[in-house]
Ligand binder design. Structure first.
Ligand code: AQP
Length: 352
């Protein structure tokens, strides 16, 4: 089986963007791939955070994975910081990462601009190297992510190729009387890392804010009105949809660049109800906002209700959750340590 890995940061409430862009797709992918899903707690400290809340947010995120339908008989769930190899490999990778690559990352530029220089730690800059480590440690074939991670995925691929070129599959050979370095054959032969591909969903890859159809829905946006959290109670969901930004055009339509909010809300409706884009376009073309908003709120409430019920069951059984995370970390550590040892060896360190 091919392998996939993916994760979400425990930086706040998991929202519809995280769900439709990532977690919901994991549920179907776990049937066809060997799957490892982790809670990326080490990434959650790249901006100032509350240490008293981190562990709770990490466990809550794990419980959400399970409540959404991650099945531990098919996939492993673990906490990133429980597998020490992530940080160790990151150091090795960082030695081969040009600073220019990191300075170009859009997420770094945006988040550092918002936070201000005094609040930006080095970890925000080196975050993509840790993400590369998260993926390359497991020799992943695919990484299901939302569109916002496309640039980080490209960096991961470039880094894998760079390390493969620098240290993998090369042998000293005599060519024309000179000693020189050359590749030892086929692409994977002797390569240290598999070069992973992103799996970006066709629909849902970029769920936008409820208060601005041009910004992505995000945990860190200051207004809670801008997102639907998976654990929002019914009345909160209904109220957020009632108050969300719309426009004054008549009828509803997808893909009109002048109507980003309309496109976003229809797309959410499409994904939550499991209908096709054409079906939704036909059904809603003559609707007014009042009718559509009621329909959307009801669909969201119905879809999220069973997830919320399962979440409550899971979170009230800490022993079960700890068991899942221990089992996941044990399996992940086996795979990660094997990769890490081969990287140390290829990079010339003394074997332990
Ligand atoms: N709005 C979104 N639409 C589609 N996919 C999204 N993802 C995030 N936001 C959207 C996907 O969710 C996964 C986990 O994201 P993350 O928690 O690691 O970090 P993020 O992308 O930075 O998400 P947030 O919610 O915006 O967090 P903050 O505000 O803390 O930065 C990823 O696969 C991501 O693509």
């Amino acid at each position: 089986k091919k392998r996939i890995v993916s994760g979400v940061q425990p930086t706040g409430s998991i929202h519809l963007g995280n769900y439709l862009g990532a977690i919901k797709n994991w549920i179907s992918l776990q049937n066809s791939y060997e799957a490892l899903f982790f809670i990326v707690d080490l990434h959650a400290i790249t901006l100032p955070y509350d240490a008293q809340l981190l562990s709770k947010a990490t466990k809550n995120t794990a419980a959400i994975y399970l409540a959404c339908g991650i099945d531990t008989s098919k996939a492993s769930i673990f906490v990133q910081s429980h597998v020490r190899a992530h940080v160790e490999l990151m150091w090795l990778l960082s030695s081969a990462t040009p600073i220019g690559w990191l300075n170009r990352m859009i997420q770094f530029k945006e988040k550092s601009r918002k936070a201000g220089d005094e609040n930006v730690g080095v970890a925000l800059l080196t975050y993509p190297v840790l993400m590369a480590s998260d993926i390359l440690l497991y020799q992943s074939d695919f990484v299901p992510v939302g569109e916002d991670q496309k640039q980080h995925m490209e960096l991961t691929r470039e880094l894998a190729e760079r390390i493969n070129n620098l240290y993998g599959g090369r042998k000293w050979k005599k060519m024309g009387g000179f000693d020189c370095l050359c590749y030892s054959g086929d692409r994977r032969g002797g390569a240290i890392f598999k070069v992973p591909e992103p799996l970006i969903p066709q629909a849902g890859a970029r769920v936008m804010s409820l208060t601005d159809g041009l910004s992505k829905m995000s945990k860190s946006a200051p207004s809670d009105q801008s997102r639907i959290n998976l654990l929002d109670p019914k009345d909160v969901i209904a109220n957020k949809i009632k108050r969300c930004k719309t426009d004054s055009f008549s009828g509803l339509e997808f893909d009109n660049p002048d109507r980003p909010e309309c496109n976003n809300l229809l797309s959410i409706f499409q994904l939550i109800t499991g209908r096709t884009k054409e079906e939704v376009a036909r059904e809603c073309q003559d609707m007014n906002w009042g009718t559509f908003k009621t329909l959307l709120a009801d669909a969201l409430i119905d879809h999220l209700h069973p997830i919320q019920v399962r979440y409550e069951e899971i979170i009230s059984d800490p022993a079960y959750l700890d068991g899942v995370l221990l089992e996941g970390a044990t399996k992940a550590t086996c795979i990660a340590d094997a990769t890490l040892n081969s990287v140390y060896q290829a990079m010339g360190f003394v074997q332990r």
